[in-house]
Design a protein around this ligand. Structure first.
Ligand code: ACO
Length: 323
């Protein structure tokens, strides 16, 4: 018997405040047309003053638990992918654990910036396959509005806040690509590119810092690395692009999403796109897209999905799963 980490539930949370591109026009030398044409973004959500990464993560977790008809006590582990933790420590995951009233199991954060959810899924899969956990709550949650330099038009118009959550459960499979659940993962990083995308704060400066990005340099790496990791993950899973129902990519830029789909030989009809409504929510973008894609009726049980992401580090990777 092959063990598989199968999706039991999905949910998301978006802050109430929606910020259209036009809101930046008063304070910055930018406009809706530039932001739309260069990134595909039309609007994003920003957290309210009393909202944090952990409160949004908890809301997404509750939605996923409801979707799965499970209680917090049914969960063995919580993994939160985030680069915008409420505090330096403890982890957001332990804050969510307390908020859900979960007194058993274990919880920790994973930090791989925009690739964080892929890294978290891979960790959850390994724990399920090794028998360390039967049910894992995997969350991506970010409050990037708190690390924006509002005078830098090349970054502050691109990011948004939100959270998405997935529950994975150990279930028997046949060991074939027809199984439901995670079929393969592929993780990569190359620290030589650490200066292309970073936050200039932390314990070394005593400040929270602001996001700094050489966007066009990151862009140059993105399509090639995303297509290659997706291809490696598909080979490992024993599937080909023609088998894929949905690519669920990290939602950073519509041009990167289109370029990657084209390189994989897939049509945009097979891509779940939310970047226009959410902007780049870093580690939250893939679980948000999974939840919204399911809500829209795009993602259905039995569909073959490829998720892929790249972000600061650089760190990138892909997961192939059958929903
Ligand atoms: N409004 C108007 N003009 C702008 C704006 C703006 N908001 N921002 C930049 N510009 C200008 C630049 O100053 C530049 O002007 P210049 O030619 O006079 O110097 C011009 O537009 C072109 O700038 P580029 O940076 O070359 O524009 P590009 O087409 O590359 O688009 C973007 C920029 C959207 C940032 C793109 O490079 C991108 O999406 N990069 C990848 C982002 C990404 O995927 N990040 C990884 C994940 S994020 C994470 O891990 C946290």
């Amino acid at each position: 018997m092959t063990l598989r980490a199968v999706v039991k539930g999905v949910g998301h949370y978006l802050p109430e405040r929606v910020v259209p591109n036009s809101e930046f026009e008063d304070s910055l030398d930018t406009n809706d047309a530039w932001i739309r044409s260069r990134s595909g973004i039309q609007r994003r959500h920003f957290a309210a003053k009393d909202e944090t990464t952990s409160t949004m993560a908890s809301a997404a977790a509750r939605a996923a638990l409801t979707d799965a008809s499970l209680a917090p006590a049914d969960i063995d582990a919580i993994i939160v992918a985030t680069s915008t933790a409420d505090l330096t420590f403890p982890s957001v995951a332990t804050m969510v654990q307390a908020d859900l009233g979960m007194e058993t199991g274990f919880a920790f954060d994973v930090q791989a910036v925009c690739a964080g959810f892929i890294y978290a899924l891979s960790n959850a899969n390994a724990m399920i396959l090794s028998g360390q956990a039967k049910r894992v709550l995997v969350i991506g949650a970010e409050t990037f509005s708190r690390i924006m330099d509002w005078s830098d038009r090349s970054t502050c118009v691109l990011f948004g806040d939100g959270a998405g959550a997935l529950i994975l459960e150990a279930q028997p499979g046949k060991g074939t690509p027809q199984d439901r659940g995670i079929l393969s993962t592929d993780l990569n990083s190359d620290g030589r590119h650490k200066d292309l995308l970073y936050v200039d704060g932390g314990v070394s400066t005593g400040t929270t810092g602001y996001l700094r990005m050489q966007g066009n340099q990151v862009f140059r790496h993105a399509v090639e690395k995303l297509a290659s990791t997706a291809q490696k993950a598909m080979e490992r899973a024993g599937v080909s692009p023609q088998d894929v129902d949905w690519i669920v990519p990290h939602q950073a830029n519509i041009r990167i999403i289109q370029g990657t789909a084209k390189k994989l030989g897939l049509s945009m009809d097979n891509v779940v796109v939310t970047v226009q409504d959410h902007g780049n929510t870093s580690a939250a973008s893939i679980p948000l897209a999974l939840s919204v894609g399911r809500e829209r009726g795009q993602i259905k049980e039995g569909d073959l999905l490829v998720t892929e992401a790249i972000g600061g580090g650089l760190a990138w990777g892909a997961v192939v799963l059958r929903w």
